[in-house]
Design a protein around this ligand. Sequence first.
Ligand SMILES: *[C@@H]1O[C@H](CO)[C@@H](O)[C@H](O)[C@H]1NC(C)=O
Ligand SMILES: *[C@@H]1O[C@H](CO)[C@@H](O)[C@H](O)[C@H]1NC(C)=O
Ligand SMILES: *[C@@H]1O[C@H](CO)[C@@H](O)[C@H](O)[C@H]1NC(C)=O
Ligand SMILES: *[C@@H]1O[C@H](CO)[C@@H](O)[C@H](O)[C@H]1NC(C)=O
Length: 433
Amino acid sequence: MLQISRKSFLFLFLFFIVSTLIYLTISTNYIYEIKQPFQSLDLPNISHATSNTIETKIIECREFADLTSYCLYENVCFKDNDFIFLTTNKTLENVNFEFNGQLSQWDHYYVQDTNGKIMRKNPNNPLPFRSFISGKYSNPLIWKESKIHHEGCHSFLAFDFHGHNIFHWSIKVSPLFLFKHYNKNNVCLTFKSIRLISRSPNDLNDWQRNFLEISSDLKIDETNYEFTNKANSNRYKLQCYKHVLVPGTSIYLFTGPKEAIDFREKVSRRYGIVYERRKVIIIKRKNRLIVNQNEFEEFIREKFGNESVECIFLEELNFQQQVEKISKAKLLIGVHGAGLTNGIFVPTLGTIIEITAPHFHYPLYERIAVQSGHIFFRFVTQYDPKIHADTYAKINSIDCLSQANCMLYWKNAALKVDISNFSVILDQALEVL
Ligand SMILES: *[C@@H]1O[C@H](CO)[C@@H](O)[C@H](O)[C@H]1NC(C)=O
Ligand SMILES: *[C@@H]1O[C@H](CO)[C@@H](O)[C@H](O)[C@H]1NC(C)=O
Ligand SMILES: *[C@@H]1O[C@H](CO)[C@@H](O)[C@H](O)[C@H]1NC(C)=O
Ligand SMILES: *[C@@H]1O[C@H](CO)[C@@H](O)[C@H](O)[C@H]1NC(C)=O
């Protein structure tokens, strides 16, 4: 008897371990970097604040329906990448606030905050949604405890991913541009330093470096930036700052065409890029292949004339070369993926066609396209028994999105573009080209 239950215990235990591993493997792409609960801060035990104390003030927060947000603070301290909010409010003192590490994957589709459910912001958390920074309310005397005080304006960026995906990068960085663009308080006009949490200089690719410099107006070098994954990082020292901007994320990069146009102008001034709507650019990928790419390309070349059509692999170009190419597009065509983030560099009122797998309804690049001032079409390919397993052939998109393995299957599947179906979409696009 005992033997059996021990066996079944062992079985259940193994089952648990194995399913956890499977779950982690499947959902790795979607698990955001989760920091340990706040615990590192070892603050002196100060029981009373005096009058004329320095408190943290929230100068402005900008939140949009689509969760784009940042907050600007005055008088903030940091230790070990944790935000110390100085307050005389005894109820709050020593209360921790953690970012809620895991954003349910699809939250950003729902543009409304349904009763706090979508925002999932912990009560009392003074940081913007998806700042990925934790912190603590503390007695204001910490300000005096600190031996290092930084004047001027600073920013702290923490990320929800480890890799080089340019989409995830730009949703964290573009709030710097939005802030500088709309700064109404005349506070924090230029950044003195930017801390990149959990990053070292080598972690940035060319695209990311350029996008960061354009957005922040701060050249990347060791004096302007602090990379906390670098040896001898100062992160462990208690340090206080006059002004700190903490971005949340701007899922759609811009809140409308005006911002996108101003961003494009900034890019144009910096690199001498001229926007011209004349080419059809097809972004090619090394995965998520179009199995009949040649047929597809020929069809497009025939339709627009050979010289007007250009097929590019973005990963073979540096940032400036990518922008140079995309800045000449009147029509940009690509399979779903981070490369479509470059749609922001298509000249205003361009057209973007995203090709997607069946059952994969992920209206992310659609919003980026529209909010960048473009016209957007989605072409959904069909299940094809010659290239697809039948496991997820009959599921609907909503159910598929709720199952990580189905979603990943279709997200990365090879696709076949049915030319006569595509031409129906293209004919409509031609109306606005
Ligand atoms: C801080 O002071 C309070 C009251 O004087 C005391 O109860 C508490 O144990 C102290 N905490 C630490 C970490 O010393
Ligand atoms: C102190 O903080 C608590 C919790 O947020 C709040 O309910 C209370 O109104 C605050 N007290 C003052 C004096 O602001
Ligand atoms: C069309 O252009 C491509 C390069 O853009 C070239 O390789 C190809 O030979 C051209 N085809 C024709 C029929 O001119
Ligand atoms: C073409 O589009 C129709 C619907 O408009 C769809 O039923 C059909 O499966 C598509 N064919 C292919 C091969 O994609």
